[in-house]
Ligand binder design. Structure first.
Ligand SMILES: Nc1ncnc2c1ncn2[C@@H]1O[C@H](COP(=O)(O)OP(=O)(O)OP(=O)(O)O)[C@@H](O)[C@H]1O
Ligand SMILES: [Mg+2]
Length: 242
């Protein structure tokens, strides 16, 4: 099966800092890939490069075989590649329904977008919060709203940046189940997550990033058993997951 996403040698520097340094990987359709790595490792920057929010200094990203070079984020989203934001960005007067409707407008006219937004809110379990203002939501519900915004654009590939961070394992079970359900429907996921029990539970493959570089890639089992990964970065966290 040909990859849905090909990231080839992407590099991004901020001044003298190489935030992303020659990273390459491929994602097969229908997979859940999880990117892990310490704070500041370059994970969000990598998502910015893939989703068109920042141009890479070097290297290339291809979606369904076509280069994304020079394409702006809305164009990339229309192709079916969307990302969530680590920090919620909303206009203060918008309701939860408005926020999801705005995302749905990427593909649908207004009336259809409102209807689809309500369907998406039902799917993620936020229908009862449709009229609430996002800042009033619990952390768990804000994370579900981030996912809802992505789903509303009818994507093929979702990049979700720490949508389970800060949740208890019990709270994370809702987004985990949602991600699995959507994968059953054929969607592909690249997640950034820190909590190793969650990572081990959901990942088909894990990519480890440190100081902007890909330092390991493999199945959860391979990553757990990678002595360099254990020693250098995640020994304690992985032990805690067992
Ligand atoms: N727009 C920017 N301008 C300058 N430096 C930046 C910018 N964005 C990120 N950086 C720097 O690049 C490095 C990688 O940041 P990035 O946000 O990608 O890390 P991360 O792996 O997502 O971290 P976290 O786990 O804390 O979310 C950091 O040193 C950060 O300070
Ligand atoms: Mg980040």
């Amino acid at each position: 099966m040909s990859p849905i996403l090909q990231v080839s040698h992407v590099t991004k520097s901020f001044g003298g800092l190489k935030a992303v340094d020659d990273v390459s990987f491929e994602v097969e359709p229908g997979r859940i890939i999880v990117i892990i790595g310490p704070n500041g490792a370059g994970k969000t920057t990598l998502f910015n490069l893939i989703s068109g929010f920042m141009p890479p200094d070097d290297g290339e990203v291809a979606f369904e075989g076509a280069s994304l070079a020079g394409r702006p984020p809305p164009h990339i989203a229309r192709l079916g590649l969307v990302r969530s934001f680590q920090i919620m960005q909303v206009f203060p007067d918008m309701s939860v329904r408005d926020v999801v409707t705005a995302a749905a407008l990427l593909r649908l006219p207004m009336n259809a977008a409102v209807e689809w937004a309500d369907d998406v809110l039902a799917e993620v379990g936020l229908a009862h919060k449709a009229d609430a203002k996002p800042p009033s939501l619990s952390l768990q519900d804000r994370k579900l709203l981030e996912i809802a915004k992505c789903i509303a654009t009818r994507p093929k590939l979702l990049l979700l940046d720490e949508v389970m961070a800060g949740l208890t394992l019990a709270e994370a079970s809702t987004p985990l189940a949602l991600i699995r359900r959507m994968r059953e429907q054929g969607l592909t996921f690249v997640l950034v997550e820190h909590v190793m029990p969650i990572v081990m539970d959901i990942a088909d493959r894990i990519i480890v990033i440190n100081f902007g570089r890909k330092v390991a890639e493999g199945s959860p089992k391979e990553i757990v058993n990678d002595q360099a990964v254990r020693d250098a970065y995640f020994g304690e966290a992985i032990d805690a997951a067992h």
